[in-house]
Design a protein around this ligand. Structure first.
Ligand code: COA
Length: 367
């Protein structure tokens, strides 16, 4: 194995959103933004997503983290799904104003400790159950109990809809969950590591990371991507719609990235998954036209800033093609990313060091 390319020069500008600042040492994942390469524990994302199931990808990421007590990640997740279903009545009694995402956070908050399950397994295994139950509760439908004989992606779709998905649909969701499993020190992972460094525990770290993920500049983008595709409506409208949005100084959702200065490799992994589902879907063809128009317009509008397709663009199109409601895109992102967050928290805790940076004071001084 060659050494991971090490990315950055120190950026001492305190207003630069920590861009270029190295704030952790990790063996988990590396984002090479110049070359568009994402590595998870020595493997390129293209060699994991669509190649091995989500549970095995989690096992790959979690190796060396001393998670004892389960014979395999698959059985651990299945047991965790069953245990989480006991919490679902609480979600049914929650105020109707809570979103699916907030109900998932409530479920996680109420998740009891489990004698036989490591906490990371209990947390990650519970989220698909909370997501599906919260969605059904929000639609006045009864939650559906998990089936421990199924894999996470298949059971999640079944708990959402009440019917067993096709293997193509389950594979597409599984590919998505692997694709977004971990991604360097992104905002939510950094949040998880900061909370973990205070020794507040895994559950609090994941809850805080979920908060960070929910914003539109991070994991909240794919819903608006689909809104944009719907607003454009037809390939012939793409160029003028996009030019208008850029003239109004709006950001095109699904494009640009803090680290990638080229195409996000996850966009291609998801696009390949879409083609396996059958690219005859008119929305897929429309999305490809919009992508081309957006890239051309961004190149004209920002010639000095390489802005390319990010993971969220094809996340939106893939999840929509699988029949998943756009309100569930960010909840699903959290469901897959939780395993990455847990790994980072456990890794951070091995350092024993509190994360506590400094700020530059520009306020008034005492007389
Ligand atoms: N559409 C239009 N312009 C964009 C853009 C986008 N999607 N992304 C960045 N830009 C422009 C900014 O307006 C800014 O222009 P300016 O210098 O004239 O003000 C310039 O590019 C740099 O943007 P900045 O916000 O400083 O870069 P960043 O590294 O902090 O931004 C994102 C990264 C992801 C927040 C940003 O690209 C974005 O908002 N993308 C859209 C939301 C999205 O898809 N999020 C999911 C990320 S995986």
């Amino acid at each position: 194995m060659t050494e991971a390319p090490n990315p950055v020069t120190m950026n001492q500008d305190p207003t630069a959103g920590l861009e270029g600042v190295v704030a952790a040492v990790t063996r988990l994942s590396n984002v090479d933004g110049q070359n568009g390469i994402l590595i998870l524990k020595g493997e390129k994302i293209e060699d994991l997503a669509g190649k091995i199931p989500f549970e095995d990808a989690v096992g790959h990421l979690w190796q060396d983290l001393n998670l004892t007590g389960v014979s395999s990640i698959s059985t651990g997740f299945a047991d965790a799904r069953m245990a989480a279903f006991d919490v679902v009545p609480l979600l049914e009694r929650a105020p109707a104003a809570l979103s699916v995402y907030e109900l998932m956070q409530l479920g996680l908050t109420a998740l009891p400790g489990h004698a036989e399950l490591p906490e990371a397994i209990a947390i990650c295994g519970s989220l698909p159950v909370f997501l599906a139950a919260a969605h059904r509760i929000s639609k006045n439908l009864h939650p559906i109990a998990p089936d421990p004989s199924l894999d996470t992606a298949t059971d999640l779709l079944r708990m959402l809809t009440g019917s067993t998905p096709s293997s193509e649909e389950a594979d597409a969701l599984d590919r998505y969950l692997v694709t977004i499993l971990d991604h360097g020190l992104n905002a939510s992972t950094f949040t998880a590591r900061v909370i973990g460094s205070t020794r507040a525990g895994l559950k609090q770290s994941v809850l805080g990371a979920m908060g960070a993920l929910s914003g539109p500049l991070h994991g909240g983008a794919p819903g608006p991507v689909l809104d944009m595709i719907d607003a454009i409506g037809a390939p012939d409208n793409a160029a003028s719609w996009i030019t208008g949005a850029l003239a109004r100084k709006e950001r095109l959702m699904g494009f640009g990235h803090r680290i990638y200065r080229t195409r996000d490799p996850r966009a291609d992994v998801l696009k390949a998954g879409l083609h396996l589902l059958g690219a005859s879907n008119p929305k897929v063809q429309l999305a490809e036209k919009i992508e081309a128009a957006a890239l051309a317009a961004l190149r004209r509008a920002k010639p000095d800033r390489p802005l390319d397709t990010n993971v969220e663009f094809y996340t939106a199109v893939l999840l929509d093609a699988v029949g998943i409601d756009r309100t569930l895109f960010t909840p699903l992102f959290a469901t897959g990313r939780a395993a990455g967050w847990c790994a980072h928290v456990l890794e951070q805790q091995t350092t024993g060091k509190l994360i506590r940076p400094s700020s530059q004071y520009v306020g008034p001084m005492p007389e």
